[in-house]
Design a protein. Structure first.
Length: 274
């Protein structure tokens, strides 16, 4: 645990030294349309840029220190988990990959689309002059919370696999209604803007990923329920395949009889007509 603080401050220092390159990377989704001054954002107070840089440095330190914190915590709890330790490690790894996938989706898909719409909405009427603090607030909110939303499926799988919540509970009509209402409120709270496009970019993935989570919950214990009739269809297909195999086995017994009967009828009619 003592290594966390040095890693945090080391990450803070590295972020501070390479702040220009990091800001360039973070501003890329805006497509150089944040202001008429080379597309760069602006700051309207003497301490605006300094505050944005300090905020970036603290976030850089936290990003580097968080994996170390997770590894240290796993080391501490390993004697208490026994045979479940491997499942916990795989679950955390899957959750981390899901978070990174969500962050990448926000960076490469959501933010560019949202910025194109928002910054071109006033074409011919007004010119965008975006403060760097406002942009970073929007960037951090969308990237972080989209990453969190992408962890919903593995979380639902883990809860079902651990027996804490059943698939039928996740798939109930009441739960779907609650999730829909929660997504509407949560998306409104998380998006610092009032436009429906940015709101939709947060709301739609919430609902869609919950449905993915319902499927993941079903995969944990498919015998507990039916997901879009898939399980029943598979069972029916299995029964049909077994019936076809039985017919093939039976064919080995009655096919010679059928062939002999047809041959006998053919011979009889040949004699009768000849």
């Amino acid at each position: 645990m003592l290594i966390i603080a040095p890693v945090f401050f080391g990450g803070l220092g590295v972020t501070w030294v390479y702040k220009a390159d990091i800001f360039t990377f973070l501003l890329a989704p805006a497509g150089g349309a944040l202001s008429p001054f080379g597309g760069l954002p602006v700051y309207t107070t003497p301490t605006g840029m300094m505050g944005a840089t300090f905020g970036l440095a603290w976030k850089g330190g936290a990003v580097l220190a968080f994996p170390v914190l997770i590894a240290s915590t796993l080391t501490l709890i390993r004697p208490l988990t026994g045979s479940y330790f491997r499942f916990i490690v795989l679950f955390i790894a899957a959750t981390g990959l899901s978070f990174l996938s969500g962050a990448a989706f926000a960076y490469y898909v959501m933010l560019p689309a949202a910025m194109r719409f928002l910054l071109s909405f006033g074409d011919g009427i007004a010119v965008p002059l975006i403060d760097i603090s406002e942009y970073m607030a929007l960037f951090t909110s969308l990237v972080f919370w989209t990453g969190v939303i992408f962890t919903v499926p593995p979380a639902m799988f883990g809860l079902t696999k651990g027996g804490l919540v059943t698939y039928s509970t996740f798939n109930s009509r009441t739960t779907h209604k609650l999730v829909f209402g929660f997504a509407m409120i949560f998306a409104a709270v998380l998006t610092p803007t009032t436009d429906l496009v940015t709101y939709g970019f947060m709301f739609v993935p919430m609902v869609a990923l919950y449905e993915v989570g319902v499927f993941a919950s079903w995969l944990a214990h498919p015998e507990e329920g039916n997901y879009l009739y898939l399980w029943s269809a598979l069972r029916k297909y299995s029964a049909l395949a077994e019936w076809q195999q039985q017919r093939q086995r039976d064919a080995g017994w009655y096919c010679p009889l059928v062939v002999g009967y047809v041959a006998l009828l053919t011979f009889y009619w040949w004699k009768l007509l000849g």
